[in-house]
Design a protein around this ligand. Structure first.
Ligand code: DCP
Ligand code: MG
Length: 417
């Protein structure tokens, strides 16, 4: 082995938001292992604080940002984000090629089941754990055995086969193009951005996250229900729920708190029916519209409001009865069910929403904690509050948010913490 003095030394920053974390890096073997332990800790501690699971994540984050591969555990000694447990895992992998705890976790039936169930739409680790304790072993059993399922879980279970298969970039891009064409007809000048993992350069993901806005503030009001009605006419909607925005004026105050919610924007969360063609070839949206059964704009959409848009609650009731999600899932289809989130932000908050919805989740945790601890500023997906100046700081692009926070700009593909 090379003497430690000749090996590259880690020089890292205190916060993950102060450095670039690319998607592909040199320490995959360690990060994959640490993230298994992160997940295990998250499952065990679900409902409690996430300190243990986050410790593994922070260690993995440092490793992802290094321009070289760790070849000797002494290289990570004294790194505050790489604790004893993580160091042990790295040491074992360096020596044996694997870490016993990780291998055992992956083989553990409880872990496998909680992991499987917590990927179901509408099911989190807490519910997944309850199911496992109740003796549920498979998705098919969950469908039969579990009672009091909400609409998300019912549809999530019925379409689990479709949904467990990752969304590919081409599908996300085709869906974005089709939705953009529809959106543009309803509201010319509308901004439609594919966010989430795809914006960070991932080539697949568990869902499609679309953020909308309009440069003329106020124009975004009532846009989402109109768009949804139109998409429904285009046979793109399977099921979903539109949530009203819930920030009101509070978002402008210093006491504003997202309290467990990711944010308070108006949003639609649901499943869309993506034509199977979407995964094979680039779609021309104008041609796609021509192919759809109803080519004409939907009458009445112009005056549609959030309260008018309720087809999904009807569908939810429907799936308690006979024309169940299950029977729909089992017939041959020309489409695949996909998880889609649609979010709309007033333009004055748009770049904060963009930053938040681009993620990663860990990047958000880090940059928000950094803002609070290092700068006494409160960053959310709605804005940035400076407590010293007692005011909200506007931003006309993402770069300005980093400037407000005295951070070097990190492009989306470098936010893969
Ligand atoms: N987000 C967050 N906190 C959450 C959930 C989401 O900050 N509890 C933000 C960061 C995410 C973004 O929203 O990157 C989109 O959420 P997803 O769960 O879709 O995450 P990704 O798009 O990053 O992952 P995937 O590629 O699997 O969809
Ligand atoms: Mg996503």
């Amino acid at each position: 082995a090379a003497p430690i003095e000749t090996l590259p030394q880690i020089t890292t920053t205190e916060w993950a938001c102060q450095r670039a974390t690319p998607l592909r890096h040199f320490n995959e073997i360690f990060c994959t292992a640490l993230e298994v332990l992160q997940l295990k800790a998250e499952f065990i501690d679900s409902g409690q604080d996430h300190l243990r699971s986050l410790a593994f994540r922070r260690a993995s984050c440092v490793l992802k940002s290094l321009p070289f591969m760790i070849t000797n555990v002494k290289q990570v000694k004294g790194q505050k984000d790489i604790g004893g447990h993580s160091r042990q895992v790295i040491k074992e992998i360096l020596g044996e090629g694997f870490a016993t705890e990780v291998e055992e976790t992956l083989k553990d039936a409880w872990f496998q089941k909680v992991k499987l169930f917590s990927t179901i739409f509408g099911v989190g680790p807490a519910t997944a754990k309850i199911w496992v304790e109740q003796g549920v072993n498979t998705v098919a059993e969950a469908l039969v055995k579990c009672e009091r399922k909400n609409w998300m879980v019912q549809w999530g279970l019925a379409f689990h086969d479709d949904l467990s298969d990752l969304v590919q970039l081409i599908e996300a891009e085709n869906l974005t193009a089709v939705i953009r064409a529809e959106a543009e007809r309803i509201l010319p000048g509308v901004i439609v951005t594919l966010t989430g993992g795809f914006r960070r350069g991932k080539t697949n993901g568990h869902d499609v996250d679309l953020l909308f806005s309009h440069p003329e503030e106020g124009k975004e009001v009532n846009f989402l229900p109109k768009l949804l009605t139109q998409l429904e006419q285009r046979s793109l909607i399977l099921c979903g729920k539109l949530e009203k925005s819930s920030y009101g004026d509070r978002v402008l105050s210093r006491d504003y708190n997202t309290k467990g919610h990711m944010d308070h924007y108006e949003k639609w969360i649901g499943l869309m029916k993506l034509p199977k063609r979407f995964c094979h070839e680039k779609i021309d949206p104008s041609e796609y519209r021509f192919l759809m059964s109803n080519n004409a704009p939907v009458r009445g959409v112009e005056n549609c409001t959030v309260d008018d848009y309720e087809p999904h609650s009807k569908k939810q009731r429907m799936c308690d009865g006979e024309p169940s999600a299950m029977s729909l899932a089992s017939v041959p289809r020309t489409w695949t069910a996909r998880r889609v989130d649609l979010v709309i932000a007033p333009y004055s908050m748009y770049y904060y929403a963009l930053l938040g919805w681009t993620g990663s989740k860990q990047f958000n945790r880090d940059i928000r904690l950094y803002s609070q601890k290092s700068l006494n500023q409160k960053l959310t997906s709605h804005g940035l509050w400076n407590f010293e100046q007692n005011k909200k700081l506007p931003a006309a692009n993402e770069e300005e948010i980093f400037e407000h926070l005295s951070l070097t700009y990190q492009k989306p593909s470098d936010r893969n913490c």
